[in-house]
Design a protein around this ligand. Sequence first.
Ligand code: K7E
Ligand code: CUA
Length: 660
Amino acid sequence: MLLLAAGCSQGPGATPSPGAGGGLPAEVMQVAQERGLTPDDLVAAAKTFMPTGKLDPYFIFSSGGHSGQVHVIGVPSMRLLKTIAVFAPEPWQGYGYGGGPSRVLKEGNMPSGKELTWGDTHHPGLSETKGSYDGKFLFINDKANARLAVIDLRDFETKQIVKNPNAISDHGGSFVTPNTEYVIEGPQYATPVGWEYADIKDYKDKYRGLMTFWKFDPMKGRVIPEESFQMELPPYWQDLADAGKGPSDGLIFCNSFNSEMATGGIESGNPPFEAGASKNDTDFLHIIDWKKAAQVANSGKTETVNGMRIIKLPTAVAESLLFLTPEPKSPHGVDVTPNGEFAVVAGKLDPHVTIFSVDKIRKGMAAGSQQKDPFGIPILPLDSTMEAQVELGLGPLHTVFDDKGYAYTSMFLDSAVARWTLGGDYDKLNPEPGWTLVQKLPVHYNIGHIASIEGDTATPGNGFVVALNKWSTDRFANVGPLLPQNFQLLDSSKPGEGMKLLFDMPIGFAEPHYVQVMRADRLKPFEVYPQVGYNPETNQVDPKAVTDPKKAGIKRNGKTVEISMPLIRSHFTPEHVRVKQGDKIIWHLTSLERTRDATHGFALGGYNINLSLEPGEHQTVEFVADQPGIFPFYCTEFCSALHLEMVGYFFVEPDPVANK
Ligand code: K7E
Ligand code: CUA
């Protein structure tokens, strides 16, 4: 049956008439008919199709969940552009197989030296200037091990991983303060500070949450641990958090659940966590004055544990750094509106979003409160801080915004996206009254996070919303019992016509928790590395770079062999590398290429060494030649017609003594 009606002026078989306003070619109608496409399908296809050579105007930066990676996806085409290796080895980028990136990965090992080769990436946080994305850096946290990674958006490479010295799990990060002064890593499951041993019966006394303020140096592009600090929080399980901006600049809002301080133990007849942690009607929104906290930390009112300064809970209370206000039952997301006047909290077990007024919170903080939690933290009563509530339905989780005064909330249990209007100053931006639900669009299925164009910044755009659905069930061909997640792209450009579903993108790699969507024109990545011999680890020309092909060669110094090897299409120099079993090898590789996309690989079989050398890049690999034999090394990127000839031999002469 032909479902096409509106939007096409020609029926099947009509002569294609090219030219403006001439209608669609007959072939379109024919294809639509054959494939059973509706007019809406054709519009969706037209809105998302990206002709060859045309570029997407927006980038999604997506967490990779427990794949430990980050994914970059174009919008609206939903084409996967790149996977950035972060917490897990990744062979394409030569990440974790010798060379520079292996050192970055190792930086994130446990203080004991225990190797960590995966992470549970949760919340990508793009760097900001004045509350808007500046396109320079991307941060992401690892929930499983409490780590933070720094990705430089000039080359999309992970430059630094810091292991939190005092926390072992995190969640409410990473997100940045409005000028990326600090990257915040909020806690999740309380443990004693430094995850020292303490019995769970001492939960209230010994277990704590820890909010970490990583100081960021944008010039160096690195987190500076010595200038960072932490604040102790009560052992409520802190969840997502967001930094204020505009009138709320200087504050951090952080949800919590399990303010009951349930300690589980279903096996001993105790209520399981899921029941114990959901008993109370309200949990606590934490309000932290981070600017004041930074002053307090810098004035030395801290205790240093494992090299990190900590503002202890009594100090935080005494210095008025920390306040609580009740929030409805087991909340998940807290999101500050673009103008910074409100914080929107969504509670998994409450059908409303609750909107808190920053003005009211500030007044409450100034006045103080006689009501205290068991740790002496002042509690600002809910009716004194709340601005409004909007009933949306079942399982609201996270909220993002656009530039037209609308908010979009993910509805986990309803499997829907709710669009509603903001009040206050936003009231005049759209035709509907403020704080009103205007549309609910079903999505497939179990939506977690949600994103809109720069929708968590001071300057959101509009047009698209991305639903991050945790289940895909029947949306894609059966690939066995482990199913992909589903990113659904929604058209939100015409509020009057409602949101529409445009595209399903299967995500065949772990559960991406959160994405941010940035305008592509904010990015200015390198096309090739700016100089020959550039070391991406240091962002400088490496002193060991072999920029002059005449300097290629092999030098022996006792049992250390240093190889200086430039590479360019289609040869390594030298091609014969002779060493002795047991030698320490220091292998310098420099790409002399200046042509965009002329990447070479360096694979050394049997030694687990694999590098990617992009044009101009320099890397050094160090290892011990402990296996005798003949090992070809070769280029892994099809770089030229003579790519297969881009090869050399690594001769490891057996040591007669060692092999006796
Ligand atoms: Cu899964 Cu942000 Cu970790 Cu919500 S998070 S859904
Ligand atoms: Cu270089 Cu293939």
